[in-house]
Design a protein around this ligand. Structure first.
Ligand SMILES: *Cc1c(COP(=O)(O)O)cnc(C)c1O
Length: 344
């Protein structure tokens, strides 16, 4: 497959697809240690047919973005948080964690090498960064691999919303995303493999994604597909579910801080699917869309509409504006949130 060229892109009309860019980053763990990683033009991965990842699913990944600033520079948003979360995911799957400081320098290195593909300021598009780790050691019996590969691919992606935030419809599912003692807190591919069926059923029925309920009682909200949930109460308080099987979203962590700065008394708490009337607005939080307003949730055939099915509510808009301005470098954020990528 031919490599993409920066001149080929129409930055205003990018979707969320993979393009094969000039450089990826690759590192290998063997002989008991992480070998020196490096940039590579090889966007394929070679492994044994007996690699653990192919049979027992040792895989963990991250997702973050590089944002072009108005001054032409490039920012990352809280990459240390992605590094730590990947470390936690790796430990849960008995994979050898990739060192946190190396993670951050590798992300900077691969973004710098592909800097012509960081979309222009104002286009709303960004360079999506996908670091991941796989167990490549050979296994037949069920046991952890002794060799791993860490790899980063980057690809330009369009803005989630062209022309303002748009609420979408969600539906609860009889399926579970993750169990309380399972891997819900880890960003691992297995969670996603099992979400493909419920997600596609929801989409066939006209919904944008699934609301997963807690796996014990099917009573409390857990997550929305690949995003965390929040609700804004009628008196302007920010609430988000608390559960041992939710993936700890960095967007959520950041919005908890911003909501606190706005005096919205943020709280992580149990949120019953039968108590949606307490909210005047709701949304999904994740790197892809920052915030995606939840227009409605359908549960047992009953549709609950939040603020509106066509426009975002005022609190949702205000939270979105603040966080996206920090990410784009238009407003200064808390210490450590905006990390400059040195370009050449
Ligand atoms: C990645 C992910 C999120 C969002 O996390 P961010 O760090 O905000 O991008 C939420 N839920 C699931 C299941 C995820 O995999």
């Amino acid at each position: 497959m031919a490599k993409a060229k920066a001149g080929d892109f129409d930055w205003q009309n990018l979707g969320f697809e993979y393009y094969d860019l000039p450089y990826s980053y690759h590192a290998e763990f063997k002989d008991g240690k992480w070998q020196e990683g490096k940039l590579t033009e090889n966007s394929t991965i070679q492994m044994s047919e007996a690699a653990n990842v192919l049979h027992y699913g040792q895989e963990a990944f991250e997702g973050l973005k590089a944002y072009r600033r108005k001054d032409g520079g490039v920012n990352l948003f809280r990459p240390d948080q992605n590094a730590k979360r990947l470390e936690n995911s790796a430990k849960r799957l008995l994979m050898e964690p990739f060192p946190i400081n190396k993670f951050i320098s590798a992300v900077k290195e691969v973004v710098r090498a592909n800097q012509d593909f960081v979309p222009p300021y104002g286009s709303g598009a960004t360079l999506y960064i996908r670091p991941f780790m796989i167990g490549t050691g050979k296994v037949i019996g069920v046991h952890p691999a002794d060799e791993f590969q860490f790899h980063i691919l980057v690809t330009p992606v369009g803005p989630y919303y062209k022309g303002g935030l748009k609420p979408t419809a969600y539906v609860t599912s009889p399926y579970d995303r993750a169990a309380h003692g399972g891997t819900g807190q880890s960003k691992v591919s297995g969670n996603y493999a099992s979400s493909l069926l419920p997600g596609s059923i929801a989409q066939k029925n006209g919904y944008s994604d699934v609301v997963y309920l807690d796996p014990r009682l099917h009573e409390n909200i857990e997550e929305l597909g690949g995003a965390n949930f929040f609700g804004i109460t009628k008196d302007g308080k920010f609430k988000t579910p608390k559960s041992p099987s939710i993936l700890p979203s960095i967007t959520k962590k950041s919005l908890l801080k911003i909501a606190d700065d706005f005096g919205m008394e943020p709280e992580e708490t149990t949120i019953s699917i039968n108590d949606l009337d307490q909210f005047s607005e709701a949304g999904a939080m994740g790197t892809a869309a920052v915030i995606s307003p939840v227009g409605s949730i359908t549960h047992n055939g009953n549709k609950h509409v939040f603020y509106s099915e066509t426009t975002a509510g005022p609190y949702t808009q205000k939270l979105y504006d603040r966080l996206s301005k920090i990410q784009n470098g238009d407003e200064k954020g808390p210490d450590g949130w905006q990390v400059d990528v040195p370009l050449n």
